[in-house]
Design a protein around this ligand. Structure first.
Ligand code: C2E
Ligand code: MG
Ligand code: MG
Ligand code: MG
Length: 291
């Protein structure tokens, strides 16, 4: 039992973990097994139109259903997978599983988009675009239904190569989104040159917006910036109807957050969409001096 506990203990990633240590070697082999044994799960969190309440699609979020540890959240293995390069296998799995889900949604007659997260390594992978094209062809899904999310810091890691990859993906017709906007080391000069369609305001600003006027002003200016650059703007972390109302008043296009729907197993998503009812106009009425 002690040996088993030790083995499980190393599973949790911590930043001090040396990627050559035996603990991390063990995590790496566990991740390989996770893919072979199909322990990864596709979760989907809904994204809605803040003006009409319509469900526009969702974001794909990975979970690891570990036989002993249960559902392991991405922050406990994604950073490690990024450091060791294993992220490429995870991305391939997410792309395959995500595009299959898109095909099922289309077969069910629903026009919905799916967003998938990419990491720095994926942007440096010259085979990524061909792989995405092959998957879309195989599942007869049009590129416009797939959105790829990239953080500012992933782009700034090697901006020239990232730009090349993004250009190719853009030519293929997939949507591109800047994730967690406002937290990274961002350069407006770069943002202007990127062939992106969407900007996601980091949830730290959105969740504080109702209490902190500075955060509300940051959200307001980011919406203006995005719109002036011709980008769709999405708020992350919409936890309350009040936040929804304020965001809608500020002109934010789309929202995602626990107040709308939590990430759920992809098999449950279509049922959720059918049951979904947007908040009433009264619920979305706010009295505020702001905006
Ligand atoms: P992200 O891409 O910014 O995804 C949004 C995260 O915010 C998700 O956490 C989601 O559950 C959480 N979230 C959404 N709405 C709310 C809310 O209203 N309140 C709060 N407190 N949280 C909310 P999750 O699923 O734990 O994922 C964390 C991060 O892990 C993601 O952040 C993304 O950076 C990374 N990640 C997840 N799946 C993948 C993947 O397949 N590939 C890669 N490269 N990264 C992934
Ligand atoms: Mg994301
Ligand atoms: Mg995000
Ligand atoms: Mg985030």
């Amino acid at each position: 039992y002690a040996a088993k506990r030790r083995q499980l203990g190393v599973l949790v990633y911590d930043t001090s973990m040396d990627t050559r240590s035996s603990a991390s070697l063990s995590l790496l082999s566990e991740l390989r097994v996770a893919i072979e044994q199909e322990e990864l799960r596709l979760y989907v969190q809904p994204k809605v139109d803040l003006k009409t309440g319509q469900v526009l699609g969702g974001e794909a979020l990975v979970r690891w259903l570990h036989p002993q540890r249960g559902l392991v959240p991405p922050m406990q293995f994604i950073p490690f997978a990024e450091q060791t390069g294993f992220i490429r296998q995870i991305t391939v799995w997410m792309l395959e599983t995500g595009v299959q889900a898109l095909q099922r949604w289309q077969e069910a007659g629903l026009s919905m988009k799916l967003s998938i997260n990419l990491s720095t390594r994926d942007l440096l992978d010259p085979t990524l675009t061909d792989r995405v094209r092959g998957l879309l062809d195989r599942h007869r899904v049009s590129a416009a239904w797939l959105c790829l999310e990239i953080t500012e810091s992933a782009i700034m890691d090697d901006p020239a190569r990232a730009l090349q990859t993004l250009q190719k993906l853009h030519e293929l017709g997939v949507r591109l989104s800047i994730d967690d906007f406002g937290t990274g080391y961002s350069s407006l000069a770069y943002l202007k040159r990127l062939p992106v369609d969407e900007l996601k305001i980091d949830r730290s600003f959105v969740t504080n917006m109702e209490r902190d006027l500075d955060d509300a002003r940051i959200v307001q200016s980011t919406i203006g910036l995005a719109h002036n650059l011709g980008l769709t703007v999405v708020a992350e972390g919409v936890e309350t109807d009040k936040a929804w109302a304020l965001l809608a008043r500020l002109g934010c296009d789309e929202g995602q957050g626990y107040g709308i729907g939590r990430p759920m197993p992809s098999a449950e998503f279509l049922g959720w969409v059918r049951r979904w009812e947007a908040p009433s106009n009264e619920a979305l009425h706010v009295d505020t001096d702001f905006a």
